[in-house]
Design a protein around this ligand. Structure first.
Ligand code: KIV
Length: 257
């Protein structure tokens, strides 16, 4: 049965933890879906792990749509969410509406995610939701602001922690269906999870969240670098390198046609 937004919201009440991962292509999306991942995010981290950029800023709305279409063809059951990329929603609420609308018109997305909880962003999110498009919020470390905040843990000091908590509450008031908490202290993420009625999905935010997400390339050992909180379950760089070296050797030794 396909996972729905209503279902992950019910899971929060039932204390069933949501297992989420990212995907950017058909083959991996199909495997994640068949393995039983609840929520698949076409995250703008694909800028780095799939397209080889240094950060998420260069990826375009067209890029996101192309990758989301491929992922959508591989997903039957997981809840498919797509990131709005940098500068596709910050310039004006009208542009944000159009960008969000393109995701829903051109892909199988059931929701979009965008970064930030400051007042202008909250009112933009409210407009997108009023137009019928479900939105997942994203606070804490917001990688599209890398040149302002780097990749450091956010919300360590009481003032910063309160700001993130206030942003979470404002986003809930605006109508988000779920909230991604990235790289914030465990106690802050747990507090937000207890206080808000919608599911929290954590990445580097400790065990107290309603769900967890990681970048699939980190989990599978396909990244050159990965954050310390990202557990590598298999080293596919080594597996693939061995297989390809074996292939090259077989060809050169004329073992296969
Ligand atoms: O783009 C991404 O991969 C993300 C992560 C925080 C999951 O948004």
């Amino acid at each position: 049965m396909p996972v729905t937004i209503a279902q992950i919201q019910k899971w929060k009440q039932q204390k069933k933890t949501i297992a989420a991962l990212t995907a950017s292509d058909y083959a991996i999306a199909k495997l994640l879906d068949r393995a039983g991942v609840d929520l698949i995010l076409v995250g703008d981290s694909l800028a780095m792990v799939t397209l080889g950029y240094k950060n998420t800023l260069p990826v375009t709305l067209d890029d996101m749509i192309r990758h989301a279409q491929a992922v959508g063809r591989g997903v039957e059951n997981a809840l498919l969410i797509v990131d709005l990329p940098f500068l596709s929603y910050q310039v004006s609420p009208e542009e944000a509406l159009r960008s969000a609308g393109r995701i829903f018109k051109e892909t199988e997305a059931k929701g979009i995610k965008l970064e930030g909880g400051y007042p202008e962003m909250v009112s933009t999110i409210r407009k997108i939701i009023q137009a019928g498009m479900p939105v997942m919020g994203h606070v804490g470390l917001t990688p599209q602001s890398v040149h302002q905040i780097g990749y450091r843990v956010q919300g360590k000091l009481p003032k910063a922690a309160n700001e993130i908590l206030d942003q979470a509450k404002a986003l809930v008031d605006a109508g988000i269906f779920a909230l991604l908490l990235e790289n914030i202290p465990t106690d802050l993420a747990t507090k937000i999870t207890e206080l808000i009625p919608v599911p929290t999905i954590g990445i580097g935010a400790g065990k107290g969240c309603d769900g967890q997400i990681l970048v699939t390339h980190d989990v599978l050992g396909l990244s050159d670098w990965q954050p310390s909180f990202a557990r590598k379950y298999v080293d596919l760089q080594a597996v693939i390198t061995d297989a390809v070296q074996q292939y090259c050797q077989d060809i050169r030794e004329n073992v296969i046609d």
